[in-house]
Design a protein around this ligand. Structure first.
Ligand code: GLU
Length: 325
């Protein structure tokens, strides 16, 4: 009997230690949080990974453990956050505006529970074509095979807007629904003529497209003024060709852009969002060093470009840190 009691005692001690009890300070119950990112050759995927890495360094102290998921991108992430399948998701600022106001994929169906946490890097609407496709201006896309983005991506909407601004309809091209991770290889093989990707630079997809034997180039977007007048969430942008050795362009390429943002839902507890925000800000230098597309980011940029109301957990942190009145 005594033996059994001793065994039971040591099992419960083991469990207590395994759950983070004892030692320094009180035991924190671990709460898992899932962060939706994008395709593996984009910037969302490593950015989500960078956030998770920072969170998981101190799980024992604050109790959060983050996992990341490769996903179809912004629209998928927003919907998964709203349904509770994900706790956080990275999403383009234009998509944040649209879901909150009931536009585009959410036409007539605004989602008031969407919440912003912070902004991340800038993303530019990127149209990359093979030199043999002979697409040098958007009008040349007529009759060509163009990857406009998978459903669930953020960039599909930007591709449609860029086509519209060029006076081209979907009937004028052969549209493909490919995921970004498939596009670089297919561009190289000549199975597509060009693809759209709204993404931070540099990124793995464009690096892969540029590194192949088929020469490729960025196509400048036209009528950007008209696009900006019609859509309050777009800004002027430029692709810095210095990121891509071997691309055929001689100059930086004009386009329009958005910001990547981190979103959550009003259903996620204040403490969870507060902790995530605090940890990322406290480790900001490490965070921006984890991917070159994050390198230009400053703390003050993180509060720009959000449309949905701030989550109260993020707001609490910004007030405490003196970043907000
Ligand atoms: N902007 C893209 C999207 O929303 C994803 C870009 C990335 O993964 O870096 O689908």
């Amino acid at each position: 009997m005594q033996r059994i009691a001793a065994i039971l005692l040591s099992i419960s001690t083991l469990l207590f230690v395994a759950c983070g009890g004892g030692g320094d300070g009180e035991a924190k119950k671990t709460r898992f949080i899932a962060i939706g990112t994008g395709g593996v050759t984009g910037v969302y995927y490593p950015t989500g990974g960078a956030i998770a890495k920072i969170i998981n360094r101190n799980t024992r102290r604050h109790g959060l453990k983050a996992t990341t998921e490769a996903t179809g991108g912004s629209v998928f992430n927003i919907n998964a956050v709203l349904s509770g399948d994900l706790d956080f998701g990275i999403a383009q600022s234009d998509r944040q505006y649209q879901v909150y106001n009931g536009l585009a994929e959410w036409k007539g169906n605004p989602q008031p529970r969407i919440r912003s946490v912070f902004s991340l890097h800038s993303e530019s609407v990127t149209l990359i074509a093979s030199d043999p496709s002979d697409i040098w201006t958007p009008a040349d896309m007529k009759g060509k095979r163009i990857a406009i983005g998978n459903p669930g991506s953020g960039h599909r909407g930007n591709a449609l807007d860029a086509l519209w601004a060029s006076g081209i309809s979907l009937d004028d091209i052969i549209p493909e629904d490919l995921k970004p991770a498939e596009c670089a290889g297919m561009l190289q093989d000549g199975r597509i003529d060009a693809y759209f990707y709204t993404v931070g630079h540099p990124n793995g997809s464009i690096k892969e497209a540029v590194a192949g034997t088929t020469p490729v180039h960025f196509v400048p977007i036209v009528n950007i003024d008209t696009l900006l007048k019609k859509n309050p969430y777009y800004t002027y942008a430029e692709i810095d060709i210095g990121h891509y050795q071997g691309v055929s362009n001689q100059e930086n390429v004009p386009t329009f852009g958005v910001k990547a943002t981190l979103v959550t839902s009003s259903d996620v507890p204040e403490e969870v969002v507060y902790t995530l925000t605090r940890e990322v800000f406290a480790n900001f230098d490490d965070f921006v060093n984890l991917h070159p597309a994050l390198s230009g980011l400053k703390k003050e940029h993180l509060l720009e470009g959000q449309t949905a109301p701030l989550h109260p957990g993020a707001e609490r942190f910004y007030r405490e840190a003196g970043l907000m009145e």
